[in-house]
Design a protein around this ligand. Structure first.
Ligand code: BGC
Length: 417
């Protein structure tokens, strides 16, 4: 017996409907988490999503600070093919939101009560015109020193340096013993990361606010800023001959392998120590850039959620929901070296450096000494940040005077405004 056309259509209808609305259970994630510690942390997220039946399409673009990732992102978006979620810092989120490229996460944020548990300092970057457009993953901060306990002991540094002069004394001791005092990678974003801490210790939080966030010309050209450049010049004298272009995690490895004493780096460095099974307090020490105790220059990795087709919206929302879950916030940030992006996550699972990161963050937020990191996109938009990178790097790699550096800095920033 022949089936009527109608019967055939009725049989095909569910299939047709299904394919029209077939859910895409994959998230494509663009990020720059490519070091050993970073990859371990990212695995926590991959596994979490896989357990929910969501598969992961990896789009890694190496390069700390994310500048290279942002270049790749631009061409992806121009080609009409953004990733589902993109690791992003501070002002970049606002720029993409202003272009209308980001999804609206308000329903999820409301259901999950994000307004109440995510600190205001992060919300100001995760929301655009009052709408949630990104899911904050963590809070990092840049004004940290990572130190080899063994090297410190060997050269007779018995106390953690508490101010700049003590730090210089300690660096001198290491240098005199023939070891590398400062492990550093000469890349613009790493030079700028050091600069965050140097400006903060030199001028204090109010000065940092004026110079790096308000971009006040007087502060930028002040004697205090000149001293900051003098100190950058001082630090240049403590790096090894091969520092140029070195990746940050290889600089961390120098401290881990006890070849160097100190690294000034954000607390993602801790992820490398942990991945190498080193123990804080025993193998390595973490302390604030001397003279910046009680102050925090922060950055927050967020997943900016791009406008994707209706078929991918559920997987995207599931990812955002997972990222904010308290259990994930603890599991991920313990490995990553960061503090959680919510205020209600217990600190039990964190090591001493992680506990300090969380306590410092809360205290700085209370005291008004929580400041956006210039080097990591939380003080000013990308154009200004990149202008600062250029001057700081040119100064670090030449014999430019501090007088010239502050002049160039003010001009470059003015030009980028
Ligand atoms: C990010 C960190 C990352 C670091 C080095 C920073 O900009 O916030 O998550 O680990 O760059 O790649």
């Amino acid at each position: 017996m022949k089936k009527s056309k109608l019967t055939l259509l009725a049989a095909a209808l569910p299939l047709l409907l299904n394919s029209a609305y077939a859910e895409n259970k994959e998230v494509e994630v663009l990020h720059w988490w490519t070091s050993g510690g970073e990859a371990k942390a990212l695995n926590v997220l991959k596994e979490d999503l896989e357990s929910q039946g969501i598969s992961w399409k990896d789009m890694p673009v190496a390069g700390g600070g994310g500048s290279d990732a942002m270049t790749v992102l631009r061409s992806r978006v121009q080609a009409g093919n953004p990733a589902t979620a993109v690791q992003m810092l501070g002002f970049d989120i606002q720029d993409w939101a202003a272009e209308g490229a980001l999804a609206n996460l308000n329903d999820l944020a409301k259901a999950e009560n994000w307004d109440a548990v995510i600190p205001a300092a992060l919300q100001s970057f995760s929301k655009y015109e009052g709408n949630w457009v990104a899911a904050p993953v963590n809070v990092h901060s840049t004004n940290w020193v990572w130190a080899s306990k063994k090297v410190m002991d060997e050269v007779g540094i018995t106390e953690v340096p508490k101010n700049w002069d003590e730090f210089v004394t300690a660096l001198d001791k290491v240098k005199a013993a023939g070891k590398t005092a400062l492990a550093h990678g000469g890349q613009p974003w790493q030079d700028a990361t050091i600069f965050d801490g140097v400006v903060l210790t030199t001028g204090g939080p109010e000065f940092y606010q004026k110079a790096m966030i308000d971009l006040d010309k007087e502060a930028l050209t002040s004697d205090t800023m000149k001293t900051a450049f003098d100190r950058m010049r001082q630090l240049r004298g403590y790096v090894d001959d091969n520092f140029s272009g070195r990746d940050w995690n290889l600089a961390s490895a120098m401290v881990i392998k006890e070849e160097a004493a100190f690294q000034i780096m954000g607390d993602w460095a801790k992820g490398e120590f942990i991945a190498a099974e080193k123990v804080p307090g025993e193998d390595f020490l973490c302390f604030r850039v001397p003279g910046t105790e009680g102050m925090v220059t922060f950055n927050s990795d967020q997943f900016a959620m791009f406008k994707v087709g209706e078929d991918s919206a559920a997987a995207q929302a599931a990812m955002a929901k997972s990222v904010e879950s308290p259990v994930f916030q603890s599991a991920f940030n313990v490995v990553k070296g960061s503090a959680p992006a919510r205020t209600d996550v217990p600190n039990d699972a964190f090591d001493d450096c992680g506990k300090k990161a969380m306590a410092d963050l809360a205290a700085a937020s209370e005291a008004g000494t929580l400041l956006g990191s210039m080097a990591h996109g939380h003080a000013a938009p990308a154009g200004i940040k990149n202008a600062l990178y250029d001057v700081v790097t040119n100064h670090f790699n030449s014999d430019m005077s501090s007088d010239d550096a502050v002049k160039q800095l003010a001009e470059a920033i003015q030009g980028a405004m």
